[in-house]
Design a protein around this ligand. Structure first.
Ligand code: 13P
Length: 247
């Protein structure tokens, strides 16, 4: 079984307007022949224009969420098919900001993953513990439980990634130690192999939470780290490119 191809994905969250397309183009121009895959997940309203602007480049475009149903009376929501139609190739699902802010359970995330697969999108499924859970010594139980609950059997044979994002490390400047990251990533890998057999070894496990140019190399070279999901530092081409080139 081949090792996972690393993936660096930028999650722009609720940041960016049409003026930010220039930043995306600068990223696409700067990635060169980096050894991994690179994605930008902008607000959904920018996906179409960004996909057009980056066409032919190494950088693919992704969504930040998609509904569990394919169509219907869901005011304000976006389906996987719509994302794919606009030019997205991937979609982030189960981000902790959605789990916490919109009460998304593992069951909801798993249903969204199935819908994303129906639309031909590659899911990036997020998991991670809160500070209270870490302090209580519950990290591995919580994270592996989220992996089991959020990854449906339909993922077998399909490309997807898991992103480990400790909630307390997101947007705080705090990061776990390299040993702590490796402990969780090894536990996620073991769970993936349990769920998907040998194919679970080829799934990239991204780390996310305060990844920046100054810590990217150490994090990206840690055992079982197959890339990064980058928030704030993905908004500036210079910072994001410094992370991509640390691969
Ligand atoms: P920051 O890189 O801003 O901490 O955000 C991480 C994140 O939530 C990416 O999905």
């Amino acid at each position: 079984m081949t090792a996972p191809t690393p993936l660096i994905a930028g999650n722009w969250k609720m940041n960016g307007t049409s003026a930010s397309l220039a930043e995306a183009k600068a990223i696409a121009q700067g990635v060169g022949d980096c050894p991994g895959r690179v994605a930008i997940c902008p607000p959904s309203i920018l996906i179409h224009r960004m996909a057009e602007a980056l066409e032919g480049s190494k950088v693919v475009v992704g969504g930040q969420d998609a509904h569990w149903d394919d169509a219907g009376a869901f005011t304000g929501d976006i389906s996987g098919e719509m994302l794919a139609d606009a030019g997205a190739r991937m979609v982030i699902l189960g981000h902790s900001e959605r789990r916490a802010g919109y009460r998304e359970t593992d069951e909801i995330v798993a249903a969204k993953v199935k819908a994303a697969l129906r639309a031909g999108l590659e899911p990036i499924v997020c998991v991670g513990e809160t500070l209270e859970e870490r302090k209580a010594g519950d990290t591995l139980r919580i994270v592996t439980g989220q992996v089991r609950g959020s990854l449906p059997a339909e993922l077998a044979g399909k490309p997807f990634a898991v992103a480990y994002e400790p909630v307390w490390a997101i947007g705080t400047g705090l990061t776990p130690t390299t040993a702590e990251i490796e402990e969780v990533h090894r536990a996620i890998r073991a769970t993936l192999v349990e769920l998907f057999g040998d194919a679970g070894r080829a799934v990239p496990i991204l780390y996310g939470g305060s990844v920046k140019p100054s810590n990217a190399a150490e994090i990206l070279h840690a055992d079982e780290v197959g890339g990064a999901l980058v928030g704030g530092a993905s908004l500036k081409a210079q910072d994001f490119l410094a992370i991509v080139t640390a691969l």
